[in-house]
Design a protein around this ligand. Structure first.
Ligand code: FAD
Ligand code: NAP
Length: 304
């Protein structure tokens, strides 16, 4: 039995693992992909203290390396369910089951779909959710980015190094993105905006995307625009389906904790983007990971 099983090795989970392992606990971390979580899809990180500028994959490896030193056990698996049976917590993957005294849910969030006709059909044929992964396939093309948050605007700037032009379409007349990111986009000659408008349909031929049908939400006017690629950044949904039976989420699936990162189920902690909170950042994920790693230690010393 593990002292703690951490689900997800993004910045939150890796930090919780480091703190728990340094307290000499038996720690396992279950992950379905590469360590780093969303950081792996981030080209440049400029707001993580200690680094002027570091790539997401590089910061991921820097967080991962100490886990080996402190003998955190890496387990590959896609977690389907977390069961609580009194003091025993069970984590169930597609082909295995693991037991632990405590669980730390650090599963983060996943991009939200736009939900318009053509989106599913043209995914990977011109529709993408990851500029870092796919941007280089769209050299010298006119691209569309959907959304007005940090991700949309930052990734639009990133895409200008490949694209002929990048148009950001936003449903309001004001961006949600941080001011410093907005200013960079407004100063970039390759970036254009379509304000107060939404994509109604993604169009294409048999092989790939050719453009979009757009509606101006103020006037109701419809117009067609040609684009070679469409990048969708309209927010995130919590990856919390595995705890949906535990009664620890709000109506949108975000996990509710107190400031100690404990949920209403004793011995079940939640940290990082999966939590109900305002600021989803690497720095906040790491801070919450430290609190939970230490919280696990206190829980185990008090209960066992
Ligand atoms: P995540 O990073 O989402 O990691 C969760 C991990 O859990 C993943 O590895 C996932 O595979 C795993 N997981 C999920 N479900 C399961 C399951 N069922 N079974 C097993 N494993 C599972 N923040 C900044 O501070 N600065 C930035 O510059 C910045 N840029 C960003 C750019 C983009 C494009 C995006 C999308 C986000 C950016 N962010 C940035 C936000 C930041 O990346 C997140 O706040 C942070 O990664 C959250 O960390 P986390 O550990 O909570 O979750
Ligand atoms: P977000 O902040 O939730 O923004 C989503 C954007 O999409 C909003 O502008 C929203 O419009 C728009 N939108 C939502 N649903 C839509 C729909 N159906 N049709 C059209 N537009 C729609 O999400 P995010 O940008 O992915 O960021 C997620 C988190 O990661 C945030 O906490 C963010 O701060 C963080 N992040 C940080 C950085 C950084 O620090 N450098 C970089 C990237 C992400 P409205 O504005 O009208 O709501």
């Amino acid at each position: 039995m593990y002292d703690t099983l951490i689900i997800g090795s993004g910045p939150a989970g890796m930090t919780a693992a480091l703190y728990a392992a340094r307290s000499n606990l038996k720690v396992g971390i279950i992950e379905q992909g590469a360590p780093g979580g969303q950081m792996n899809n981030t080209f440049e990180i400029e707001n993580y203290p200690g680094y002027d500028n570091i790539s997401g994959p590089e910061l991921s490896m820097k967080m991962y390396e100490p886990l080996e030193k402190f003998k955190v056990e890496n387990i590959y698996g896609i977690v389907q369910k977390v069961e609580v049976d009194g003091d025993i917590k069970r984590v169930i993957t597609e082909d295995a089951s693991y037991e632990a005294k405590t669980i730390v849910l650090a599963t983060g969030a996943k991009y939200r779909l736009l939900g318009v006709p053509g989106e599913e059909e043209y995914t990977s044929r011109g529709v993408s959710y990851c500029a870092v992964c796919d941007g280089a396939f769209f050299r010298d093309q006119d691209l569309l980015v959907v959304g007005g948050g940090d991700s949309a605007v930052e990734e639009a700037i990133y895409l200008t190094q490949f694209a002929k032009s990048v148009t950001i379409i936003h449903r309001r007349d004001e961006l949600r993105a941080q001011k410093i990111i907005q200013d960079r986009a407004f100063a970039n000659d390759k970036i254009h905006f379509i304000w107060d408008s939404v994509v109604k349909e993604i169009k294409g031929d048999e092989t790939k995307v050719s453009g979009v049908l757009v509606e101006n939400v103020k006037t109701g006017e419809l117009s067609e625009h040609a684009f070679g690629g469409i990048f969708i950044y309209v927010g995130m949904n919590p990856a919390s389906h595995m705890v949906s039976d535990l009664g620890i989420t709000d109506e949108n699936g975000w996990v509710i904790t107190d400031t100690d990162m404990t949920t209403s189920v004793p011995g079940v902690f939640a940290i990082g983007d999966v939590r109900q909170k305002d600021l989803r950042q690497i720095a906040t994920a790491v801070g919450e990971g430290a609190i939970a790693g230490q919280g696990v230690y206190h829980y185990i010393t008090e209960h066992y």
